[in-house]
Design a binder for this molecule. Structure first.
Ligand code: IMP
Length: 426
């Protein structure tokens, strides 16, 4: 009964969408376990681009079931739009896309709260999709759950209590609250459309595992944005690390077999927070342009920098990585020198490991490797890559202490070297 977690090993945007899409061919059920429409998972199939925010990235594989599990927060309007867009491409979603009744609902009020906070002094550079405020309401036990969309009286009681709770904050900010009646009628209408897909998530996943089906648990964001283990407070509000898969999907940790981390061949971060290897000026701009590093959800330019092995070691510990899939190696082609941060210097001392929290003055210690050139996109095995690219990968593997598996060498689904069945890892 193999369950495999795919988790971002940096600050999100590692290319999880592409890897989950590739792995989905080996899976029977694909489960999104955390986050919401803050995520942007980009898939490119035969040159055509599709950006998903909520639907699991296995959606394009007809016949595979997809679940948006209890640990997520779902904006029903975004989800319905996405379902319509996918259906318009001829992909059937009936009887295969499900929502857990325990997932929380992102209400029209939540993005408004997110926006107001982002204008204040505690701004974090969020996606303003209402994710933080929705998770806050969940933990404060005043949230609205997907199952409530099917119970008009419960929905009215919950939404009005929640709107009432936030009214003073909105008034103080001089912002008009969304209309309660309108919110209720929109939510009920969307609930009706979603009704056939709303299920109890735990039995769905658990029974699939008992029936020896392959379950792929898809993370959103990255381990270093995890609310407990990331660069707090510059984090998202969910358990983005692999541990979140067990809680988010509603299955015990004993049922998870292995964890694949996704890491870009360099590093990016969007939003505020520590980023020791960040590049500024022309070097940063060049990497941003070469890698098309603009947010899939917000369009914001991503901060770009060198590969940080200290951060990866931390992510490997936090998420218990068994294997790393490296993405966007092709973006580094043509650089005369490849830099890897191997340790930090903090107050004059070398540190090979960091708690990776509240980083103050940190100077990266770099190791340089010679660059490589040429178009890598036709490589299907790591042996097909230029020698210096292979050397770079071998050094990353050594520094992080986790084996490297698939290597993505272009945006398209086919441009991948050493793809192998992740359910055979154990
Ligand atoms: P929130 O998740 O919108 O609350 O944003 C909190 C932090 O997580 C911000 O720094 C965001 O830029 C970051 N973040 C959220 N989702 C993603 C993602 O999918 N990729 C990269 N960063 C993200």
């Amino acid at each position: 009964m193999p369950a495999v977690v795919v988790v971002g090993a940096q600050w999100g945007d590692e290319g999880k969408g592409k890897v989950v899409d590739l792995y989905a061919r080996y899976a029977d059920l694909i489960v999104r376990y955390a986050g919401g429409a803050n995520a942007g998972h980009t898939l490119v199939v035969k040159g055509e681009k599709l950006v998903l925010h909520l639907l699991p990235s296995g959606i394009l594989h007809e016949g595979k079931r997809c679940l948006i599990a209890s640990g997520t927060v779902i904006d029903p309007a975004v989800l319905l739009e996405e379902i319509d867009a996918v259906e318009a491409r001829g992909v059937n979603t009936h009887d295969r896309v499900f929502l857990a009744d325990r997932a929380h609902v992102v209400l029209p009020l939540h993005p408004i709260l997110d926006g107001i906070r982002e204008q204040g002094t505690g701004a974090l550079g969020t996606t303003r999709r209402g994710i933080g405020p929705c998770y806050e309401d969940k933990v404060a036990r005043r949230g609205v759950r997907i199952g409530d969309l099917l119970r008009p009286e419960t929905l009215r009681a919950r939404v009005s209590a929640l709107y009432h709770h936030h009214a003073p904050f909105l008034a103080a900010a001089g912002v008009t609250a969304p209309d309660l009646e309108q919110t209720l009628s929109t939510m009920l209408r969307m609930g009706e459309r979603l009704a056939p897909r709303i299920v109890d998530g735990t039995p769905l996943v658990s029974e699939a595992l008992t029936a020896k089906q392959n379950v792929l648990l898809e993370g959103a964001q990255g381990a270093l944005l995890d609310v407990d283990h990331g660069t707090y407070p510059f984090v998202t509000s969910s358990h983005a690390a692999a541990g979140g898969a067990s809680v988010g999907a509603g299955i015990g940790p004993t049922r998870i077999d292995s964890v694949v981390g996704i890491a870009k061949a360099y590093a990016t971060r969007v939003g505020d927070g520590p980023f020791p290897t960040e590049l500024f000026g022309d070097e940063g701009d060049a990497l941003r342009t070469a890698g098309a590093e603009f947010g899939a959800t917000t369009g914001r330019p991503r901060r770009c920098g060198f590969f940080d092995a200290v951060a990866l070691r931390r992510a490997a510990q936090v998420s218990g990585l068994d294997l790393i899939a490296v993405t966007k190696l092709d973006v580094l082609s043509g650089l005369p020198r490849l830099r890897i941060c191997v340790a930090y210097e903090v107050e004059g001392e070398r540190r090979d490991a960091e708690p990776y929290d509240g980083l103050g003055d940190v100077t990266p210690i770099y190791e340089d490797l010679p660059g490589f050139e040429g178009d890598l996109s036709s490589a299907r095995r790591v042996e097909d890559l230029p020698t210096n690219a292979r050397r770079y990968l071998a050094r990353l593997e050594e520094l992080v202490g986790v084996a490297i598996g698939p290597v993505s060498v272009g945006a398209d689904r086919e441009a991948t070297a050493d793809l192998a069945d992740p359910f055979d890892l154990q």
